[in-house]
Design a binder for this molecule. Structure first.
Ligand SMILES: [Zn+2]
Length: 137
């Protein structure tokens, strides 16, 4: 952890519960109390029905690769040892899509619709990143 030199997310007032959840190994998302839909990133109103009544809710942490790219070029010096690495859009079983990395599998073994689950990667005392790894068949 002491060698972590990549950019570190800065929680906002709106996203703080998301980061608090990750620190406790829970992938939390806003869930609408009126239409039951989940969304991400957090916002004050449900993007589906505009309700202001919603609750931070733990998700399953499971989903599938909706899309992905493999980076072969170094765009930030802290990622020099990482290439090639995959950045994926993961669609959670609950519906929201989020950007993350898929770990534990070579990038050339990835495919769309591959089932994945969240893997928690603490990088500081305050910040834990949600990564994804393939679900064993
Ligand atoms: Zn709603």
């Amino acid at each position: 952890m002491s060698e972590y030199n990549k950019p570190i997310p800065v929680p906002s007032q709106e996203s703080q519960p998301y980061w608090d959840g990750l620190r406790e190994r829970k992938l939390m998302m806003p869930r609408c109390d009126d239409c039951n839909s989940y969304w991400f990133p957090p916002s004050l109103l449900c993007p589906r029905c505009n309700s202001s009544k919603w609750t931070w809710t733990k998700t399953s942490g499971r989903g599938r690769i909706y899309s992905y790219v493999v980076y072969h070029r170094v765009y930030h010096p802290a990622f020099a040892q990482e290439v090639p690495y995959a950045v994926a859009v993961v669609e959670l079983d609950e519906g929201p899509r989020m950007y993350s990395n898929v770990i534990g599998v070579p990038p050339d073994a990835l495919s769309c619709d591959m089932k994945v689950e969240v893997a928690y990667e603490p990088i500081t005392d305050a910040i834990t990143l949600p990564k994804f790894r393939p679900v064993a068949a």
